[in-house]
Write a protein that binds this ligand. Sequence first.
Ligand code: ZN
Ligand code: FE
Length: 257
Amino acid sequence: MKIQRIPVLSDNYVFVLSDPQQKVAAVVDPAVAQPVLDYLAEIDARLIAIFNTHHHSDHVGGNKQLVKHFPDLCVYGGAEDRGRIPHQQVFLEEGDTVQFADRSGQVFFVPGHTRAHIAYYFPPTASEETGELFCGDTVFAGGCGRLFEGTPAQMVESIGKLRQLPDNTRVWCAHEYTLNNLKFALTVDGNNTDLQNRYREVQQARRQGIATVPSLLGIEKQTNPFLRWDTLALQTVAQNKEPARVFGRIRGMKDRF
Ligand code: ZN
Ligand code: FE
């Protein structure tokens, strides 16, 4: 399974999964259709699936046009998003699986950013492979999505599920927000040397226009404050030990950052 990252709009990423042998492809969160169609033409592949993480227009905006071009494709999304994702045909719940090429993806129900948000995790099938996590606007590199339709407690539970995945999982999040996320992270976890080093690396990458997505889950566990509610540093900042309280306090600070 090959994964192509396509930058669209101001800071979104669309991901195209493809199977070069079968000449088929799937797309995660097509914000817009045309760049996806261009890439499919380039690799001469037929689109068979859209995997949506949630209903926001910068994630489903391309659905309609893609379905028009490939009437046989299947549109997947969360069960709770019924009525909110254009052309949705499959209504996924926690524990469901989706198939693409030789890989099988596990569905996680991760409400918080929206009440219906889901994530797709494709475990490695061979030792040299990485796991691939498509988490939409739940976890970002160095940050997390805003709580539009959920509570801190829900988001802690959702991110807690993703945090249990192996360190060598690539995190394919939907936005290039990393530099600003890490700037904020330093204000709440400034003595974290892994974070300091990551900030320098990301600063350099962004100066050269290099994408910082995907990141690795192992690195998120060490440096992303929204996966670190159980560390002393963040509990101290939040003046609390209770996970949802720590998370909620840090999220509130980020909202005002
Ligand atoms: Zn969103
Ligand atoms: Fe988004």
